[in-house]
Design a protein around this ligand. Structure first.
Ligand code: 5GP
Length: 116
């Protein structure tokens, strides 16, 4: 895992140091298209203030975390998505590769359960 001092790829996207397909932005977060989409629609909802992962979240982050879910709701609604899945990978074993909390929003194909 990157140290906290090291900028994550998402911090560099947020600061426009590296390009990304940013589909929405507000004062709290950005929504970008995933560079390696796992479904016809694969967006990432990324808070501007970095929290490494959900296990590092503080009680005081509750409002921010709630806002990320509301952004997911609004993205789904504005893209007319009826079925979609939200995923948060916490830790390497769960598939986390970027140590900057983000919500995956996947849609546009049938989703299997349980997930792999
Ligand atoms: P994680 O594996 O941490 O849950 O999710 C990280 C996601 O970020 C992956 O789905 C990966 O494809 C995506 N990703 C990694 N680097 C970039 C990038 O430079 N640009 C974009 N748009 N997505 C990225």
């Amino acid at each position: 895992m990157a140290s906290v001092e090291e900028k994550t790829i998402f911090e560099k996207i947020i600061s426009r140091e590296i390009p990304a397909d940013i589909v929405f932005e507000n004062d709290v977060a950005v929504i970008i298209r995933d560079i390696n989409p796992q479904a016809p629609v694969h967006a990432l909802i990324i808070p501007k203030r970095r929290i490494d992962r959900i296990e590092a979240a503080q009680d005081g982050d509750a409002e921010l975390l709630g806002k990320l879910l509301i952004m997911a709701r609004d993205f789904a609604k504005s893209h007319n998505l009826t079925g979609f899945r939200l995923v948060v990978n916490n830790g390497r074993q769960a598939g986390e590769t970027v140590p900057h909390l983000h919500i995956h929003l996947l849609s546009g194909r049938p989703m299997a359960w349980p997930p792999g």
